[in-house]
Design a protein around this ligand. Sequence first.
Ligand code: GLC
Ligand code: CA
Length: 586
Amino acid sequence: MTEPLHQQHDRKWWKEAVVYQIYPASFQDSNGDGIGDIPGILSKLDYLSDLGVDVIWVCPHYKSPQVDMGYDIQDYEDIHDKYGTLEQTEELIKAVHDRGMRIIFDLVINHTSNLHSWFQESRSSRTNAKRSWYIWRPAKYDKEGRRCRPNNWRSNFSKPAWTWDEQSQECYLHLYAPEQPDLNWENSECRQAIYKSAIKFWLNKEIDGFRIDTVNLYSKHPDLPDAPIVYPELESQPAYMYYANGPRMKDYLSEMSGIFAKYDVMTVGELPYTPDQEHVMAYIYARNKQLNMVFNFDTVDLGQTPGNRFLPRSFTKQDFKRTLFRWQSVIENTDAWTTVFLENHDQGRSVSRFASDLPEYRVRAAKMLATMLTTLTGTLFIYQGQEIGMINVPRSWPAKEYKCVKSVSHLAEIRQSSNGDPKALSEALDVLQLMARDNARVPMQWEGESANAGFCPDDAKPWMSVLESHREINVKNQIGKQSSVLEFWKKMLKLRKEHKDIFVYGRFREIATAALDEEIAIFMKQGDDGRKAVIIANLSKHEMEVRISSLLAKEGSNFGLAVANMDNVAIDRLQAFEARVYLSAS
Ligand code: GLC
Ligand code: CA
């Protein structure tokens, strides 16, 4: 008799949850102004529940001037007027709960909008009581007496991270847009105000947790030192080594998790610029009481240069596998937990980036990625449109279609540095087409017949152009059609829940025989009761002979084919982007 395996992860609702991320501006418009809204979300709850979603994550819906699509918050306790009202938001929370689902909001507290009353007060004078709620420094002056910034840090939106304030004659720090000043977490009064307004206000309205924006940037290097010069031609330099994971992160998160501990909620932190394993683990060991889990950037950063998203870098399928699988084994036999995701509102579409969006492959490729994601250990996150296999914007898009602050400021910088050279602009558009955040922000594709994809009325003007691909790729086309990407996701989510010991909590082992092509992923998942699954995915468009029959025989258990993303399966031959799941009989 085999020893029963020791249960490796304790069970929690938020570990088993399938989380669906909604980008409110682009999900569903209910009143014809071309901007998605809260009533629009309400109207789609049954669709989400039918898909198999347990938790809805709504991107920032707070009052905001929308310089960074709501990640610049003017009032944590109010709603962006284009999205709706506080009452409608309360109604949404209730309607989600009535359907047995849960809802989490975005918690953006590294910075506020410059229009937040706290910043308005802070900038009003150097002696204001809230002056030190933000990070102010005197300007420096060069030999010629010209005013310079306090250090050479570059913001995440291609601009220097400091802006001079005429009124109070100092510079303030902003790791994102100048309209997003960084809060000074060193100030405990400021921290308490954040907790009260941004966290407790909403927990008391019974939401079920938060996705925590840029969670590791609150604590900066206390000396704010100059960053190493890696781009001599640029005015400012990537400085994440000095502003990510600073020395007081642990204190701040301990304090914050003390609040969460009083509620039954989940927390998932966005963890940019943190490739180092021990750093990551410190945030997610349950015993450390910091965060339930984090989003690692390993996979979504592929194809980019650290600190410079728009400087392309090549990567291989091997890199894709290595990064996607990285945290599977690391959390094994620990009390830490991880996430599984390939998309969000800051990334290009996974089918376009990691598989193929060519018409002949994209359906199968989307199902192949779904097969991998739904069988991996961790909390699973799906981004709106991913469930129907939405693809990137077309390369024919001119510069003016790109609306995201990061894309717009990148294009401005290219125009300036190249003196408007059309070739440089065209090269920049090549990169944006693949990497721009805009790819994820176009309207959701509900139906194919109408000009605006059912996102808003045909005579309305959507805030971003609807993609022509909506004619083929849309919910209406797919719902109830067994061969569709949407129905495949539903089937996979069901399977994941039916066998959660294997898929949600299971032990992971990559089966990599030297003879195998690097473009194939094969892995084993095993539940605490010893039951196993073998998952096979061809990541490429090349057909391959693979000795799957002998591989399964070697693993011993009596395996049966549970799912495949195509009709005709020849056991030892993998078609382009083919994926299969084999389950052991007992
Ligand atoms: C996070 C968000 C992104 C936003 C940034 C600043 O990375 O996901 O959309 O621009 O934080 O808040
Ligand atoms: Ca609207």
